[in-house]
Design a binder for this molecule. Structure first.
Ligand code: URA
Length: 427
């Protein structure tokens, strides 16, 4: 590998020049090995945030991050693979019903997931509220479970894109998370290294999402789709609304319970709609076009895969889920139509109740979270319960209630509420 100098690479990007392939390969490799210092990489990340990267730079940057670690290979499996990645939202439990549903349709789902940080929940934190369930699997266990059950949701191992792990932690504390080239390469390096044959991206837009503006969400989506295609992974993105939280719950055990309702053929309409839309895209990406996933929810086969998937990771699908020790009900002050329920306000409240963490490694409360009893567009009457807050530590109610202030509105009966859930499709 050609040797470069960190200051030369930083200055090139500071002055608005594209980085060469050789500079990119060197800087990612040297940073992973510790030869480029954190302060140098933070200066480079800020220069990238300010001056951007063109498509070939982003593609090379992603390839260099993939090359920093191992690459999994599922080509020996007897069925095709498809995965989904969401850029993160509030009440976004979709992975839980989606993975077993797609597996029930004949496509294997290797869903290597993360934990929540801040107001967006983490899939592993949610599943860990199921008694006995284990997030960490070896690569051999992942392969065996994919072959036997068809779906795995587990922790991404340290071997996948270690450069991203280091860089993401640095971006988190240097105000450089929001750069589209860095977000796109961060997400796609992990997904491509994971070895899925096809990928569906759920790019969230709205108050509770990374991307608050539609144009930025579209740009992120098309950047990631191009990266996937450059790497030979069939990739499609749906841009979906995250100004309203998904379903009726945000937290850990409360979201598992709602996911089980969907698998049982019920559950909130928006969760079912998004689960089916993503399932159809995953199946099409994997070349399966003759199965309707709605049938697999209705006939119980998705639920059967869920139960097997939980058992395979030592969880008990029949065990009662943890319930928080304390609850607090917020009632509707007037009658009318709920016209707005803000995703960020609900996400912050769930986080402050103990469903999320403030630093990496902190424990979360399995029973903590928010349950809402009406969705935008629903009629509410004065005095009815609007939201129920759950926590083991009642001293948290005050700050959670503060974050909900101004987070919902009741308007005139019949007033229009909310935006459509599915906003765009980018392929
Ligand atoms: N998720 C990631 O994995 N990386 C980012 O940069 C942002 C969200």
């Amino acid at each position: 590998m050609t040797q470069h100098d960190a200051v030369e690479v930083i200055s090139a990007k500071r002055d608005g020049h594209p980085l060469t392939d050789s500079q990119i390969d060197w800087v990612i490799d040297a940073y992973t090995r510790g030869d480029v210092a954190h302060e140098q990489m933070s200066a480079l990340a800020m220069a990238i945030l300010l001056n951007g990267m063109d498509r070939s730079e982003i593609s090379r940057w992603t390839a260099a991050m993939i090359a920093s670690g191992e690459r999994m290979d599922f080509s020996a499996l007897s069925r095709p693979t498809a995965d989904k990645h969401s850029t993160g939202g509030v009440g976004d439990k979709i992975t839980l019903p989606l993975a077993p549903l797609v597996a029930a349709c004949g496509v294997a789902v290797p869903q290597l997931s993360g934990r929540g940080l801040g107001h967006t929940g983490g899939t592993l934190d949610k599943l860990e509220s199921i008694p006995g369930w284990r997030a960490t699997l070896s690569n051999d266990e992942i392969m065996a479970q994919l072959e036997r059950v068809g779906a795995v949701i587990c922790a991404a191992g340290d071997g996948l894109a270690p450069a991203d792990k280091k860089l993401y932690a640095l971006r988190d504390v240097t105000g450089t998370v929001e750069a589209i080239p860095l977000i796109a390469s961060s997400i796609m390096s992990k997904k491509i290294a994971e070895g899925t044959g096809s990928l569906v991206l759920d790019v969230k837009v709205g108050t509770g999402a990374f991307m608050k503006e539609l144009e930025k969400a579209r740009e992120l989506a098309s950047t990631m789709v191009a990266l996937g295609q450059d790497a030979g992974v069939h990739t499609v993105a749906l841009v979906t609304d995250m100004s309203t939280p998904l379903g009726l719950t945000a937290g850990n055990a409360v979201e598992v319970a709602e996911s089980v309702e969907v698998l049982a053929g019920g559950g909130p309409a928006d969760v079912v709609e998004l689960t089916l839309a993503l399932a159809r895209e995953m199946l099409a990406g994997a070349g399966v076009t003759d199965v309707d996933p709605a049938d697999k929810l209705a006939d119980g086969s998705a639920m059967d895969v869920w139960r097997e998937m939980i058992r395979a990771q030592d969880g008990d699908p029949d065990a009662p889920l943890p319930v928080a020790r304390e609850s607090h009900v917020v009632t509707a002050p007037t009658s009318g139509t709920l016209t707005r329920l803000d995703a960020m306000a609900v996400g912050m409240a769930a986080w402050r109740l103990g469903a999320g963490r403030t630093k990496q490694g902190e424990a979360v409360q399995a029973g903590a979270g928010v349950v809402w009893h009406a969705r935008p567009g629903d009629r509410v009457t004065a005095g009815m319960p609007l939201l129920t807050l759950h926590t083991d530590t009642p001293e948290r109610f005050e700050r959670a209630l503060a974050s909900l202030e101004g987070g919902w509105e009741i308007g005139d009966p019949g007033e229009r509420a909310g935006d459509p859930l599915l906003i765009d499709r980018i392929a």
